[in-house]
Design a protein around this ligand. Structure first.
Ligand SMILES: O=c1ccn([C@H]2C[C@H](O)[C@@H](COP(=O)(O)OP(=O)(O)OP(=O)(O)O)O2)c(=O)[nH]1
Ligand SMILES: [Mg+2]
Length: 142
């Protein structure tokens, strides 16, 4: 699968898988940002993607930032559609107790390519019967 990446700004960094079998590649901030406790911020990467049809890119948190600083991706996994050509942005939230400082060039989140199955959506009047039926939300016990 080829992922085409275009730099939209001079200071954008083309991401790279950090190890041979890494599932995700890290995304870098193009901005200096401070996120106060409880605050959320949309952060630019300066990158645009052309994803092959049949795939998406998911934006996920970095576990180190989550564990050490309470920094996570609010909408995780963020969905990048294969037909999106705008700037890839990362929506971070600070769930920690201290302001979190991000410097331009730092890695703020990771991206994972995943296959997508687009369904043929069909409206019907009846659905088939099943043993579970409408039971959910703990219906089988704790
Ligand atoms: O973390 C994210 C999530 C989304 N996007 C971009 C790519 C995606 O293809 C587009 C739309 O995302 P989504 O469908 O999640 O947002 P929406 O609120 O439904 O907006 P839209 O009405 O544009 O679909 O925004 C990002 O850059 N970062
Ligand atoms: Mg949408």
């Amino acid at each position: 699968m080829v992922l085409k990446i275009k730099k939209l700004t001079q200071n954008a960094k083309i991401p790279a898988y950090q190890t041979k079998e890494a599932a995700g590649f890290d995304l870098h901030s193009i901005e200096d940002v401070v996120i106060k406790p409880g605050e959320r911020k949309l952060i630019g990467t300066g990158l645009a993607f052309e994803i092959e049809f049949g795939y998406e890119v998911q934006i996920r948190p970095r576990s180190g930032l989550a564990f050490k600083h309470g920094i996570t991706v609010l909408n995780t996994p963020g969905t990048i559609d294969s037909d999106y050509r705008g700037e890839i942005k990362v929506l971070l939230i600070n769930l920690g107790d201290e302001p979190f400082e991000i410097k331009e060039g730092e890695r703020i989140a990771q991206a994972v390519v995943a296959p997508v199955i687009q369904a043929k959506i069909e409206e019907v009047d009846e659905l088939s019967d099943t043993q579970r039926g409408a039971g959910g939300f703990g219906s089988t016990g704790k």
